[in-house]
Design a protein around this ligand. Structure first.
Ligand code: DHB
Ligand code: FE
Length: 285
C-alpha cells in the first residue's frame, strides 16, 4: 500500500522564484532565506518521495472569477508552467500521476468531499516555488506531483476545519492505493501577509510563530480558528495558511496514530511582502 511518510510546509512567495531564476540567491537580502532550505534539500535527498501531493492555491492564473472551484484535484498527465506576466518561470513542466490521482478522486469523493477534477491547467508560483525551494534547479522534477488547488482568493473560502478533515480523507485515499509508494504531502502559502488595502504590508510574526507551534502540537484546535481571526491577525492573504491544515490532517496523529517528528523548522522575515515559514514533519509509523 502507499504511505504518507512526511509533510512539508512552506511559503510560496513569487519573488523567491524570481531570485532563484535570476541567480540572486547569494545576495545579502536572499542569503538568509535560502539558507533555511539547505537542510531541507539534504533531508529531501535522503528521503526522496515517489510522489508529492501538493496543496497550493492558484492566484487567478488557471482560474478566475469565471470559475471558482473550492478544491480542484489535478488528475492530468502533465501541467505546464504559467506565464504570470513576466514570462513562464524557466523550470520543468510538472508531471502528474493520473492513476493515483484518479484513485484519490474516487476515494475522497466517496468520502463526501465534492472535488473538482482538472485534467489540464497551468500552474503558477503557488506550486512551482515550493518545488524549487525543496528540489533546487533540476532539469526535470524528481517525481510526479498531484496538485490540489484550493480557493483562498474569493470568499467564501473553505474553513480550517474542512481543510483538516479533507486531509484525513486524503490520507485514507492514499493509504488504500495498492502500490508501495512513498508519498509526501505539502501544504503551501502564507505566512501572514496583506497585499492590498489600508493594511497592505502587514506582517504579524507573533501570529506566525504561534501558528507554526500550534500546527505541530495541537492541529485539531488550530483547525477550529475562524476566518475572521486569520484576516484580523494575519492579513487578508494570511488565509492561505488554511491550506497547511490539509497537509497536517493527512498526518498519522490526526487519525489516532503517533505524533510526527519535527525534522526542520524555519522562519525568516521579510521576504517580499511576507514572512517565510517552513516545517518538515515526519510520520512515525
Ligand atoms: C506574496 C505573494 C503571494 O502570493 C504570497 O503567497 C506571499 C507573498 C508577495 O508578493 O510578497
Ligand atoms: Fe500566495
Amino acid at each position: 500500500m502507499a504511505r504518507i511518510t512526511a509533510s512539508v510546509y512552506t511559503s510560496h512567495v513569487p519573488l523567491i522564484g524570481v531570485a532563484i531564476d535570476q541567480g540572486k540567491t547569494e545576495e545579502p537580502y536572499w542569503r538568509p532565506i535560502f539558507s533555511g532550505y539547505e537542510h531541507s534539500k539534504e533531508w529531501m535527498a535522503n528521503n526522496p518521495p515517489d510522489v508529492v501531493f501538493l496543496v497550493y492555491n492558484d492566484h487567478a492564473t488557471a482560474f478566475s472569477l469565471e470559475l471558482i472551484p473550492t478544491f480542484a484535484l489535478g488528475t492530468g498527465e502533465k501541467y505546464t508552467i504559467a506565464d504570470e506576466g513576466w514570462g513562464p518561470r524557466p523550470v520543468p513542466d510538472v508531471v502528474g500521476h493520473p492513476e493515483l490521482a484518479a484513485h484519490i478522486a474516487q476515494s475522497v469523493i466517496q468520502s463526501d468531499f465534492d472535488l473538482t477534477l482538472v485534467n489540464q491547467m497551468d500552474v503558477d508560483h503557488g506550486l512551482s516555488v515550493p518545488l524549487s525551494l525543496m528540489f533546487g534547479q533540476p532539469k526535470t522534477w524528481p517525481c510526479p506531483v498531484i496538485p490540489l488547488a484550493v480557493n483562498v482568493l474569493q470568499y467564501p473560502v473553505p474553513s480550517g476545519q474542512r481543510c483538516y478533515q479533507l486531509g484525513q480523507a486524503i490520507k485514507k485515499a492514499i493509504e488504500s492505493y495498492d502500490e508501495p509508494l512513498n508519498v509526501q504531502i505539502w501544504g503551501t502559502g502564507g505566512m501572514s501577509h496583506q497585499l492590498q488595502g489600508q493594511r497592505a504590508g502587514l506582517i504579524n510574526s507573533q501570529f506566525d510563530h504561534d501558528f507554526l507551534e500550534r500546527l505541530i502540537v495541537s492541529p485539531d484546535e488550530l483547525a477550529a480558528m475562524p476566518h475572521i481571526e486569520y484576516i484580523r491577525e494575519a492579513g487578508s492573504e494570511g488565509i492561505e495558511l488554511v491550506m497547511w491544515l490539509i497537509a497536517r490532517g493527512a498526518m498519522s496523529d490526526a487519525t489516532g496514530g503517533p505524533k510526527p517528528t519535527v525534522k526542520h523548522r524555519f522562519y525568516h522575515v521579510p521576504a517580499s511582502n511576507t514572512a517565510v515559514g517552513h516545517l518538515i514533519l515526519e510520520n512515525n509509523e
